[in-house]
Design a protein around this ligand. Structure first.
Ligand code: ZN
Length: 449
């Protein structure tokens, strides 16, 4: 591939947002130079005032293939990713069949992904009730870390772990030094609350919210921190929804525990007071909590207690949301957020005084670190993959189905006015999305640790 340059007055680099030319050769960033030092005889894409960000990394997505491709698949998920400015997805080990809990299942996933991906991808391994002896072989086969559930995941095919099972797995996880991503809710508080609400009106969002109290998250996080102290493994809390955990997480981090924390765009954008009754599109677990809670989550990001933002893109066929039944008890829990995550985040972040550098830290560099590819993905710097998003931060638009490119065009964000438009996405220097089109053949690759 010949040498080329990407020019903009706003390139988001680790040194700040600068006017620069990004020189690219063979899919890698050769250098980042001031515009007046652009070498002669290089073809230039000048994006003017549009910002160039590093390609985003989503460390929490459910692609569902193989096995539940009718929910979502590699082709549709990676198209939606490209349209949303993402160039790397890290797939969760559940909702697909087989779940990614053995090397054989990982190989089945690789086969399913082959030739279909518009962006790069990786696969988390699963830690379930009976696969402790597969942990180290999955690591050797290239997964960047593991996911486990402390509560029923809402689907068969992937089991939660109890204390004994977790204690059997943790020495393996600690030995290989990879992160354990934990869905941190304990069943006790959820079961007790749900039992009390047996006769309640489940068309009301408030009923669902009460059924998954803050205490379910708090007790799970407290327990995981104590195990982290004992077993010395890298702990990552996925989709933190309760701000009440921030104090103990801050204390754990400042005490030197190897813990990282993620939250999601929906917890930072939505709040329970705005969720209409019967609107099961908004159901996810843990649940979207109060407006006050949301503001505290933003404070957690500001202070760095929360390290990163991932989508938890968790789609399903629309009928599983049971929209006509309006029942929060029986509807599938999960929000499909891949294509709109960047504008949703920027809409909220920009009014709170954050910059595109903050967005990049939360949505590119942070998730790349978690997945162990931070020397290759997540930054615009020499030697990194030439993955970019061309983003118009000032342009506003109304979210419509045309903006969603995943399999089922269902979203809680439809109709909202959002800020910031993804104009184009580049993977290793090649345009993979531009103004609603997906030029070229799928050339995404699997990254292995
Ligand atoms: Zn998830």
């Amino acid at each position: 591939m010949s040498r080329k340059a990407f020019l903009s007055r706003r390139v988001v680099t680790p040194q700040g947002i600068i006017a620069a030319a990004v020189l690219v050769e063979d899919g890698r960033i050769l250098d980042v130079v001031p515009p007046d030092q652009l070498p002669a005889h290089v073809s230039v894409d000048d994006f003017g005032d549009a910002a160039i960000l590093p390609g985003l990394v989503d460390s929490h997505i459910h692609i569902n293939e193989p096995g539940r491709t009718e929910w979502e698949g590699f082709r549709t998920a990676t198209r939606a990713a490209a349209a949303g400015g993402y160039t790397l997805l890290v797939d969760m080990p559940l909702n697909c069949l087989p779940a990614t809990t053995t090397v054989a299942a990982l190989e089945a996933k690789r086969k399913a992904a082959s030739g279909q991906c518009h962006v790069d991808w990786m696969a988390w391994g699963g830690v379930v009730n009976d696969n402790q002896e597969h942990v180290e072989s999955l690591a050797a086969a290239g997964v960047p870390g593991f996911k486990c559930f402390l509560i029923h995941p809402g689907i068969d095919g992937f089991t939660m772990v109890n204390e004994q099972e977790l204690r059997a797995a943790l020495p393996h996880v600690a030995r290989i030094g990879l992160p354990l991503l934990v869905h941190a809710e304990l069943p006790g508080p959820v079961d007790a609350a749900t039992h009390r609400l047996a006769e309640a009106d489940w068309s009301k969002y408030a009923t669902y919210l009460q059924s998954r109290p803050d205490e379910a998250e708090l007790s799970a996080i407290r327990w995981m921190l104590s195990l982290c102290r004992k077993f010395h493994f890298r702990l990552h809390i996925v989709h933190l929804a309760t701000s009440q955990a921030l104090d103990m997480l801050r204390a754990a981090k400042s005490g030197g525990l190897p813990v990282s924390v993620e939250t999601c765009p929906h917890y930072l954008h939505l709040s329970s007071d705005k969720i209409p009754d019967g609107q099961t599109l908004f159901k996810c677990a843990p649940p979207i909590r109060s407006r006050e809670n949301r503001e505290k989550l933003w404070q957690g990001l500001r202070e760095g207690v929360i390290d990163l933002v991932a989508t938890d893109h968790s789609p399903c066929p629309p009928e599983m949301k049971r929209l006509s039944e309006r029942n929060f008890r029986t509807a599938w829990g999960g929000i499909a957020g891949l294509s709109l995550a960047l504008p949703v985040m920027w809409t909220e972040a920009s009014v709170r005084g954050f910059t595109l550098s903050d967005i990049t830290r939360w949505m590119a560099d942070g998730p790349a670190r978690l997945a162990g590819c931070e020397t290759r993905k997540g930054r615009i710097a020499k030697g990194f993959d030439a993955d970019f998003v061309v983003f118009e931060p000032e342009t506003e638009f109304i979210a419509t189905e045309d903006h969603l490119h995943y399999r089922h065009r269902v979203s809680p964000y439809l109709g909202e006015k959002l800020r910031g438009v993804v104009k184009a996405t580049y993977l290793r220097g090649d345009c993979i999305f531009s103004d609603g089109e997906f030029p070229g053949e799928p050339e995404g690759r699997e990254l292995r640790r």
